[in-house]
Design a protein around this ligand. Structure first.
Ligand SMILES: Nc1ncnc2c1ncn2[C@@H]1O[C@H](COP(=O)(O)OP(=O)(O)OP(=O)(O)O)[C@@H](O)[C@H]1O
Length: 366
């Protein structure tokens, strides 16, 4: 299902007081100086999906505030989406009673954030993710889980339920009383959600690997592997046996929350963390494009919209051209950001060029 963002409206979101942006379903290159508000605009789109957006920010921090103010204003983001058989208004914004919460609306009806996924799938890449192969395991797993989740939305609630049970079990083990009955209930829950987590991650990894084989000739091939995927039949016993060790360590040392994603650069015959910065960027971009391509072929899902923050400038001209060709070929609505206006030349005719300065969109170049 091809879905495109047609119009985007922001109210008191980060540096924007009020903004209406007519994308008309097109891709766009947003350019302007540092601090102009380019990432803020991508972040506004990113909160049109469950979770806390591409910076992982606290919801209360998204509201516009002056430097001397401790608290931001209530904020809102709305979009009109058009697809082949759908025309819908989606919106989200602060809960006026509690700025740490937000409400979500679909055509004026209050709904849960998960419902946004019925209409819009987002895949993003930010500069912070360039270092994903060098980060701690938990960060890499979170990155990969987001890819899984764009594919299987239920994965997010399974991970949440798992993490909640894990925290509760650890609290009991460390602070007591270590009621064996309740611990067993929690470990049973961990076993059930843990087995689902492992299965979803394995499915997503296999599908992504198959997609990488088929596409993106200009980007290095990545060999993906999931490490630490326990046999689901061993989980219950594993938690039981880890009790004393976990209590002593004050950490949960067993289970699929300790899985990791291993990425290998096939042509260089090196693990990703030993590759150059540019090679790492190309590897992660390959994974993002593969995911975008995969989702775009699923006729049961909305077409993904790609948010690529400061990606183009860090690629060599051949890869940059390949990136622009790929997103055009896949008909993926993509929002690129960058400081260099000249990069727009390669996108002319297939994306809007939008100058952003002082928090305002000041110029459109077609
Ligand atoms: N809650 C907020 N209220 C008002 N302004 C904010 C808020 N949060 C961030 N800002 C401002 O937004 C600006 C940063 O915008 P953004 O990160 O979108 O810049 P950018 O154009 O992506 O810049 P760069 O090229 O440096 O990445 C900063 O000036 C910052 O002070």
């Amino acid at each position: 299902m091809k879905t495109y963002i047609h119009r985007l409206s922001l109210t008191d979101f980060r540096s924007y007081t009020s903004l209406d942006f007519d994308l008309a379903g097109r891709s766009a290159y947003l350019f302007g100086p540092n601090g102009a508000g380019k990432t803020n605009l991508l972040e506004a789109i990113s909160v049109l999906s469950p979770g806390r957006g591409l910076r992982g920010a606290a919801l209360a921090d998204l509201g516009r505030k002056n430097p001397d103010e401790a608290k931001g204003r209530p904020w809102g983001v709305a979009a009109r989406l058009l697809s082949e058989d759908d025309d819908i208004n989606i919106g989200t914004g602060s809960d006026p009673r509690d700025l740490n919460k937000r409400g979500v609306r679909l055509d004026g009806q209050n709904v849960s954030a998960a419902r946004l996924l019925d209409h819009l799938r987002l895949v993003w890449l930010t500069p912070a993710q360039d270092r994903i192969f060098l980060e701690a395991r938990a960060e890499r797993l979170r990155f990969f889980d987001r890819l899984v989740f764009a594919d299987e939305p239920a994965h997010a609630s399974v991970v949440n339920a798992y993490e909640k049970a894990l925290r509760e079990r650890l609290k009991l083990l460390v602070h007591g009383p270590a009621d064996d009955g309740w611990l067993s209930v929690l470990e049973q829950r961990l076993t059930e959600s843990g087995a689902r987590m492992i299965a979803s991650r394995q499915r997503a990894m296999i599908a992504l690997q198959a997609e990488i084989e088929d596409h993106h000739g200009a980007f290095p091939k990545a060999d993906l592997a999931l490490l630490g995927a326990d046999n689901p039949d061993d989980l219950l016993d594993g938690y039981r046996r880890a009790r004393a060790r976990d209590a002593a360590a004050g950490r949960s040392l067993f289970g699929p929350h300790r899985m990791d994603l291993s990425v290998f650069h096939r042509d260089k015959n090196r693990t990703a963390s030993d590759c150059s910065t540019g090679e790492q960027k190309a590897l992660v971009l390959n994974m993002i494009l593969a995911q975008g391509s995969r989702l775009s072929r699923r006729s049961d899902l909305p077409n993904p919209v790609l948010l690529l923050d400061e990606v183009a400038a860090h690629l060599d001209p051949v890869r940059r051209a390949a990136l622009f060709d790929e997103t055009t070929h896949l008909r993926l609505q993509t929002l690129f950001t960058g400081t260099d206006e000249n990069l727009f030349d390669a996108l002319r005719g297939r994306a809007l060029g939008v100058r952003i300065d002082g928090g305002q969109l000041t110029e459109f170049v077609d």
